[in-house]
Design a protein around this ligand. Structure first.
Ligand SMILES: NC(=O)c1ccc[n+]([C@@H]2O[C@H](COP(=O)([O-])OP(=O)(O)OC[C@H]3O[C@@H](n4cnc5c(N)ncnc54)[C@H](OP(=O)(O)O)[C@@H]3O)[C@@H](O)[C@H]2O)c1
Length: 327
């Protein structure tokens, strides 16, 4: 497994990170607690040291499961990244989403962040968070004010470093002036490449970490979403145009090229997708959403795969030809 510091911080994180959204169950058709805890431990035992979760994943459940899973490990050997700013227990002027009978609101007010960090620490069973991130921007709280609150958390020792997710480029530029600000987390994969011209140039010129989320396009880029695969109605992939027959056919054309490289390097399609993503300029870490021990070990095994420049360009050419998702 290759490791890289989170930006200019002294936090050394495995380049492949355990993505803990799906184990929360919410939007992923439910969860199994024992299986989730085993999956996290399998990831740690296979060389990952970093886990990305959020307060809102399963409305606290993902953080709780992470806290339970890491109990047998030394705390200093694990890098915990979590997020604040999406609340399901209070109403604010900014509705973020409505799902499974719950309304989720955005807020990054000082009072809210100060409350949320203590809730997360309790659920995670720890007295510090390695990387604390805003989940989504709050239109009512300027980035500078959020960063002031984050500085207070750093001073109190509750948090070691901070970052943004789903950030506007302008906010990212504001944040680079703060010493403790080290990362940007955005959607990025072979089929979602908008960040190449959006935040990645800012990330690169300011030596920030870039954490790519949904790098497997929520399963589409693993080869496991075949034409006949179905999803439970409470799974976000059910009825989603990105998972339509047309989209799957277009993905399949791309994966034919990935598969030819996979055969040459004796790895799987998802492992080659992982390696390609981690070799894109500025991408430092990749968050692989993982639910089972098998997926954990499999995803970790791609942690030191380096593709040749010829293989990389063959895949990039195919990704450039990707026709896009069904509308
Ligand atoms: N900041 C944000 O707003 C944000 C948004 C989205 C995600 N994230 C973070 O990024 C992480 C990853 O994103 P994601 O979960 O959306 O998508 P993802 O990592 O692209 O895909 C995850 C899905 O891929 C499948 N998968 C994973 N490993 C596999 C393997 N080895 N073989 C076959 N299938 C495999 C699993 O599908 P099955 O469930 O079908 O097995 C899994 O649920 C999240 O967990 C979260 O930490 C952050």
């Amino acid at each position: 497994m290759l490791f890289e510091p989170l930006g200019q911080s002294d936090i050394n994180a495995s380049r492949i990170v355990f993505g803990a959204w799906a184990i929360g169950g919410w939007k992923w058709g439910g969860t199994d607690a024992d299986q989730s805890i085993s999956a996290i431990r399998a990831a740690l035992d296979s060389g990952m040291n970093c886990i990305d979760t959020a307060a809102v994943y399963g409305f606290g459940l993902s953080e709780q499961l992470v806290g339970e899973a890491i109990k047998p490990y030394k705390r200093q050997d694990i890098v915990i990244a979590t997020k604040c700013g999406l609340r399901w227990d209070v109403e604010t002027p900014t509705l973020h989403a409505e799902s499974e009978g719950k309304k989720i609101y955005r807020t990054l007010s000082r009072e809210s962040i100060q409350w949320e960090v203590n809730e997360s620490l309790t659920r995670l069973g720890t007295d510090y968070i390695d990387l604390y991130q805003t989940h989504w921007p709050d239109p009512l709280t300027p980035a500078d004010d959020v960063l002031d609150t984050f500085d207070e958390l750093i001073s109190s020792g509750k948090v070691r470093a901070v970052g943004f997710c789903n950030s506007a480029k302008a906010d990212l530029e504001v944040a680079t002036s703060r010493l403790s600000f080290c990362s940007d987390q955005e959607k990025y994969s072979m089929v979602d490449r908008e960040q190449e011209s959006a935040n990645l140039p800012v990330v690169r010129s300011n030596q920030l970490a870039f954490l790519a989320y949904s790098p497997l396009a929520q399963g589409l880029l693993t080869g496991a979403v075949t034409a006949d695969r179905t999803f439970a109605p409470s799974d976000l992939r059910h009825g989603n145009p990105r998972f339509s027959e047309v989209s799957r056919r277009r993905i399949s054309a791309l994966l034919t090229v990935v598969d030819s490289v996979a055969k040459e390097v004796s790895m799987s399609v998802s492992q080659v997708v992982t390696a390609w993503t981690l070799q894109q300029p500025g991408v430092s870490h990749l968050l692989a959403g993982t639910r089972t021990t098998e997926q954990a070990a499999h995803n970790a095994a791609a942690g030191d795969l380096l593709l040749s420049s010829e293989a990389l360009s063959r895949i990039t050419d195919a990704a450039n030809r990707f026709e896009g998702f069904d509308q």
